[in-house]
Design a protein around this ligand. Structure first.
Ligand SMILES: *[C@@H]1O[C@H](CO)[C@@H](O)[C@H](O)[C@H]1NC(C)=O
Ligand SMILES: *[C@@H]1O[C@H](CO)[C@@H](O)[C@H](O)[C@H]1NC(C)=O
Ligand SMILES: *[C@@H]1O[C@H](CO)[C@@H](O)[C@H](O)[C@H]1NC(C)=O
Ligand SMILES: *[C@@H]1O[C@H](CO)[C@@H](O)[C@H](O)[C@H]1NC(C)=O
Ligand SMILES: *[C@@H]1O[C@H](CO)[C@@H](O)[C@H](O)[C@H]1NC(C)=O
Ligand SMILES: *[C@@H]1O[C@H](CO)[C@@H](O)[C@H](O)[C@H]1NC(C)=O
Ligand SMILES: *[C@@H]1O[C@H](CO)[C@@H](O)[C@H](O)[C@H]1NC(C)=O
Length: 653
């Protein structure tokens, strides 16, 4: 554990985090005990009982003590309302273990771990007094800044916070007190981003003290960090967190509220605050600032990504922020508000661009909906994909995926310009690519001749570049999954551009294998492990790419039935190629439309690479980066391919 000495004076510490979830153990330096003391033994016992003691209480709040005299340890634990007993117990256990680990010899400490539920654990050598103790309050902030109109953001944020303060601190004898000093809320920041906020006080406080504690937290946060993309303020008696994504299960059943008209300009101090006291402490709060202030402050940091921003006045404690184990794949506050803003189009604008989706503008119908040609007011030609309705889609997720996909810009990827979400309409706006798709030329006897070997060879190399970009430069990695010749569009110079990538994630199809969208055409390109078990990885795309290479060379679809000998045994492209390869006659595969104008070493090398791509075992298939090296360097020695994997006989009509 790295220890850092900081200023001798502080009241709260501000820490910014670049990770999705943060929990901190705050060890107050009000006293020490030695590791073999009875106090320590008592601390371990009471903390180890805490998960079961808390979950057996109604309302999941427990306080108790163990031991006598100076060895008496008081401890308490609570979970937010709505937690399941299992989540609560896990959370309390995480917090208790964390405290024992991070606070080896401090007589007082607390922790508010936040995932997947929220709970509090604290212990002390003195009884919890039922008053606000502002020592050791900690502010954590997201490292990112709000980039949109900050005035508007602040208005919405303050409105939300002020309303939540009223609900959270409602006196216990009022109807809303069933909330138990707790409230969680979601408010729309703009059409594609929401603010998720949560407040909780410990139940021992009075209504006025709860209001004081939370208000102090919100004001502290705002005074230091109002422009950040998320923040947490932890105190011993209350908790406040807001963020741009749903960080807790608590939000699962909450409706998003639209922001009311704005009036409030800043968060007023607590109404119950005594006059003439600029820090507004409630009169019954005991002031520990008077005890134990002496030497330096020790702040122990265990996560190197955590940055201490600044520290204000008085008191000392040890702080150990830790990442919790919950993995988060994507994080909404990564989504820059202004980016999302610039990507959104009005439905009226799309209607105008496409001549009200007129039949003459229709380019075709894909697996996900109809595609129209459109022209934006600035003259840019676009392809507008009007997505067919799919029920149960999460629009927030949709927006996130669109933002993610729009960031992928590469000359061999069709660029996503933006989206439109209005009522039931979900529309994607793409760069317009004029020359139709690869299958249109490749499998048509009349047009095959337009693609000579030089062109085909170039197309193979550029498609590889496009897939590499998807695999390597998107975070998280985009796996194409239903890669096929009809998804390769050709621009005015016949350069390939991959279209429709990211659709699987936009539609949230991660789990679905038996999805009706998978038609026979798609299955032709599917690797065995994906087709049969629904497993996918980057190697699934490598398999599809291998099939595509063979199709480009032969000018035939994988499903095309080949006559193998006079006894007319039929096989698909893969079985046919394998047979040619093993007999050394692979050049027979070449599309007759090329009339023998090709470089046989290039063709042989491409077939060789394709066979490596379609190996049965995904681990035997090369990565895209390796494939590109193989394609560009004649000197690279290629491994000997083994019997490829292929999906048994698919009929395609
Ligand atoms: C805690 O222990 C350290 C060294 O063991 C000592 O310097 C310090 O004064 C102690 N603090 C308190 C509050 O007893
Ligand atoms: C708690 O510990 C502090 C610091 O060691 C000490 O001053 C105080 O008297 C203790 N309180 C009780 C009730 O033992
Ligand atoms: C408390 O722990 C710290 C670090 O673990 C150690 O340096 C210090 O000596 C300990 N103090 C006592 C009184 O055990
Ligand atoms: C353990 O406790 C005894 C007194 O009970 C004390 O003499 C000894 O120094 C302590 N050992 C440690 C390592 O703190
Ligand atoms: C707390 O848990 C322990 C162990 O499960 C049990 O012995 C004790 O009675 C519990 N205390 C209360 C107040 O439930
Ligand atoms: C538990 O909390 C209640 C209410 O705040 C208090 O009256 C009681 O003394 C506490 N029990 C212990 C053991 O601290
Ligand atoms: C920012 O938002 C405020 C309040 O909604 C509005 O009055 C102002 O015009 C906006 N500024 C910009 C640059 O959009």
């Amino acid at each position: 554990m790295k220890q850092m000495s900081l200023f001798p004076i502080l009241s709260f510490v501000v820490i910014s985090f670049g990770v999705a979830s943060v929990s901190a153990q705050i060890c107050l330096n009000n006293g020490n005990f030695s590791s073999n003391s009875t106090f320590n033994a008592n601390r371990r016992i009471i903390l180890s009982f805490l998960p079961s003691n808390v979950t057996t209480q109604d309302g999941f709040y427990y306080n108790g003590s163990i031991g006598e005299g100076p060895n008496r340890v008081y401890a308490r634990g609570m979970c937010i309302p709505g937690s399941t007993a299992d989540d609560c117990s896990d959370c309390i256990k995480t917090a208790s273990d964390g405290l024992v680990q991070s606070c080896p010899n401090q007589t007082e400490a607390y922790s508010w771990p936040g995932d997947p539920t929220l709970c509090l654990v604290s212990y002390s050598n003195t009884s919890f007094s039922g008053s606000v103790d502002s020592d050791g309050r900690v502010i954590l902030t997201n490292t990112g800044d709000i980039t949109s109109n900050i005035t508007k953001f602040t208005e919405i944020w303050e409105d939300l916070v002020v309303r939540m303060l009223d609900i959270a601190s409602a006196p216990k004898d009022t109807p809303s007190s069933s909330n138990n000093y707790y409230t969680a809320n979601i408010i729309a920041l703009n059409p594609f981003q929401d603010i998720f906020a949560l407040m909780q006080c410990t139940p021992d406080l009075s209504s006025g003290d709860c209001d004081y504690c939370l208000r102090q937290s919100a004001r502290d946060y705002q005074s230091c960090c109002g422009k950040k993309q998320g923040g947490v303020v932890m105190q011993q008696s209350c908790f406040f967190r807001w963020d741009l994504y749903a960080y807790s299960k608590a939000f699962d059943n909450i409706m998003v509220a639209s922001p009311p008209p704005m009036t409030i300009r800043s968060i007023p101090p607590s109404a119950g605050a005594p006059a003439n006291q600029n820090d507004n402490r409630p009169s019954n709060s005991h002031d520990r600032n008077r005890r134990g202030i002496s030497t330096g402050i020790v702040v122990a940091i265990t996560v190197p990504t955590v940055v201490i921003v600044f520290i204000l006045f008085s008191l000392r404690f040890v702080l150990c922020p830790r990442r919790t184990s919950l993995q988060r794949t994507k994080y909404e506050s990564d989504t820059d508000i202004s980016t999302t803003n610039s990507l959104q189009y009005e439905f009226e604008a799309i209607e105008a661009a496409t001549n009200k989706f007129s039949v003459s503008n229709k380019l075709g119908e894909g697996g996900y909906g109809e595609v129209y040609k459109g022209k934006l007011p600035n003259g840019t030609e676009v392809a507008v994909k009007r997505l067919s309705e799919m029920s149960g889609q999460d629009t927030r997720k949709f927006r996130n995926e669109v933002v993610l996909v729009s960031k992928l810009q590469h000359k061999n990827l069709v660029r996503l310009f933006g989206f439109c979400l209005q009522g039931d309409e979900k529309i994607l706006i793409y760069e317009f690519v004029p020359n139709k798709s690869l299958d249109y030329y490749l499998f048509d006897p009349e047009k095959q001749g337009q693609l000579d070997w030089t062109r085909r060879y170039k197309i193979i190399g550029e498609i590889a570049q496009g897939i590499l970009h998807l695999h390597q430069d998107s975070h998280p990695t985009i796996i194409y999954r239903d890669f096929k010749a009809s998804n390769i569009l050709l621009d005015a110079d016949m350069n390939p551009k991959i279209s429709d990538f990211g659709m699987a994630t936009i539609f949230g199809m991660e789990e679905t294998r038996g999805n009706s969208k998978w038609n026979a055409e798609t299955l032709i390109y599917m690797s065995p492990e994906f087709a049969m078990h629904g497993k996918f990885s980057m190697k699934t795309d490598v398999y599809s790419f291998g099939i595509l290479i063979l199709e480009i060379i032969s000018g035939k679809e994988n499903s095309y039935l080949y006559q193998i000998d006079e006894n007319t045994t039929a096989g698909n492209l893969v079985t046919y190629v394998w047979r040619l390869w093993t007999s050394g006659s692979q050049l027979e595969l070449v599309d007759p439309a090329m009339r023998g104008n090709y470089k046989s070493n290039e063709v042989t090398r491409c077939i060789h690479i394709a066979l490596l791509c379609i190996q049965e075992n995904p681990e035997d298939r090369p990565m895209l980066s390796t494939i590109i090296t193989m394609l560009t360097s004649n000197t690279t020695i290629l491994p000997v391919p083994r019997l490829p994997g292929f999906f048994p006989q698919i009929r395609h009509n």
